[in-house]
Design a protein around this ligand. Structure first.
Ligand code: ZN
Length: 123
């Protein structure tokens, strides 16, 4: 376990406590109604809020560029059929959900990397 992971975990435990006031307020506010139904409502409200916070907590950080390697691609630049690859994700470049990913042969990939770097993509 890394220090970063432990920090995230401790932070998450504190964030978990933030759902306590929501639960308490809703339980008190709707105290005339069935406890289980009211708890479901309170958790629903909590879920609406904490989904966004948890998404930030569990965001994966890319510190190294992520590549995809594939056999028998048709190079998007020269049309050669060979083993090729594509850059998927860096700190400021994201083609993770690309519907038409472009793979390139090693030679054209070098050119493409140069172009991307010139455009400001951090490798
Ligand atoms: Zn090529």
């Amino acid at each position: 376990m890394t220090m970063k992971f432990i920090k995230k975990y401790v932070f998450y435990l504190f964030r978990w406590q933030l759902s306590t006031p929501i639960l308490a307020i809703v339980l008190w506010w709707l105290r005339a109604y069935n406890g289980i139904i009211v708890t479901v409502i309170a958790n629903f409200i909590g879920g609406l809020i904490f989904f966004w916070i948890d998404r930030i907590i569990f965001r994966v950080e890319f510190t190294n560029p992520l590549w995809e390697i594939r056999d028998n691609i048709t190079c998007a630049s020269c049309g050669k059929i060979c083993d090729g690859f594509r850059l998927v994700k860096t700190k400021n470049y994201d083609r993770l959900n690309d519907k038409n990913p472009e793979f390139r042969c090693p030679e054209c990939a070098k050119e493409k990397i140069k172009e991307l770097t010139e455009r400001g993509v951090i490798m």
